[in-house]
Design a protein around this ligand. Structure first.
Ligand code: APR
Length: 313
């Protein structure tokens, strides 16, 4: 796809912690003009104006404005859905299911009507179920509805490995698949430090602890904050996905995508390695997983399917 002749129009729905932080990353990295939308009167407008007033200092020419009115989002190229409630200490992401389903259903109807050609990135939790719901409600082709989780979970894993070894985060490569929850599947076989397999650098037992910390990464932050969940790293992860789409970079990243037979899975959203470009999910990569990894992926997908079945719409 040719480069756009105008700046990319990015709608971010939900101007709370994740939405506003995402907008901050998008504007500071000059990825496009941003429409911030929130149901709370003044919230989106106020945060957007504050951010706009930072652009002369940041040296960003991107425009940002906030509204309650979805008509203003018309013709967006990319839509990020962060609307919904975050969890509190002791809650799992699945505890948010029915509340966030009602919110995300409403948002998906509105944004898809006003921007029928957009690529949608879903962030609201429980992530895999909300992405499935958005695809069904919008009627968009699955390639254009993707969930942000794998980039975040992988970033957490990379951070913990870099801290453990005292090396640059830039040199740590990893791939975390599966659902965005306790059953996520960090692939040790795809984890390396400048090409050196991680198993040569970190003993097996210690690596298992880092994997556990990764799977528990969201809860670790919730327990510290006590009044909300993570937002800096989620916002940065969304910005990386937006950049891949906006610049048609064909990045190889993990993301929640719709399965039609891949890895033996069907009619479910789950984190898989994809090629992310202007068309959204342009390809799902089929890896030769170890038997235990494949089993873990299927178990994770079964949990997502069970939650899809619980949706009351
Ligand atoms: N339309 C638009 N915005 C809505 C709607 C709606 N129907 N319902 C709620 N919102 C807005 C709220 O007004 C609030 O500003 O969504 C925002 C959510 O912000 P926070 O409460 O700060 O939650 P946040 O931490 O941003 O998390 C949002 O992302 O990571 C996930 O688990 C997290 O599901 C949660 C979502």
């Amino acid at each position: 796809m040719a480069r756009r002749e105008r700046r990319c129009k990015i709608t971010v729905v939900g101007a709370g912690q994740v939405g506003a932080t995402t907008a901050h990353w998008l504007v500071s990295e000059q990825l496009g003009d941003v429409m911030l939308v929130d149901i709370a009167e003044g919230m989106a407008a106020g945060k957007a104006l504050d951010l706009l007033e930072a652009t002369p200092i940041a040296g960003s020419d991107c425009f940002i404005v906030g509204h309650c009115d979805y008509a203003k989002t018309a013709g967006s190229d990319i839509i990020v859905i962060t609307a919904g409630v975050p969890r509190k200490p002791g809650m799992s992401r699945d505890d948010l299911l029915q509340t966030n389903a009602g919110i995300v259903k409403d948002v998906a109807e509105q944004v898809s009507r006003h921007s029928p050609d957009a690529v949608i990135i879903v962030v609201s939790n429980p992530l895999d179920v909300m992405t499935w719901l958005t695809m069904k409600v919008s009627g968009f082709p699955p390639e254009r509805v993707i969930g942000m989780a794998g980039v975040l979970d992988t970033a957490r894993f990379r951070t913990f490995i870099a801290l453990e070894l005292g090396v640059s985060v830039e040199d740590v490569q990893a791939m975390v698949l599966g659902g965005h929850g306790d059953s996520m599947v960090p692939l040790v076989s795809c984890t390396s430090v400048s090409g050196i397999p991680v198993a040569q650098l970190i003993p097996h037992d210690r690596l298992a602890e880092l994997i556990k910390r990764t799977a528990n990464g969201g809860a670790e932050i919730v327990n510290l904050l006590k009044t909300g969940s993570a937002f800096y790293a989620p916002g940065a992860a969304v910005a990386q996905m937006v950049e891949a789409i906006e610049r048609d970079k064909k990045r190889v990243l993990p993301a929640a995508v719709y399965c039609r037979g891949e890895y033996g899975l069907d009619d479910v959203y789950i984190g898989l390695p994809i090629v992310l470009g202007a068309g959204g999910c342009e390809k799902i990569l089929q890896l030769q997983l170890a038997p235990d990894e494949l089993e873990a992926l299927r178990k994770s997908a079964a949990e997502v399917k069970a939650n899809i079945a619980k949706l009351k719409l």
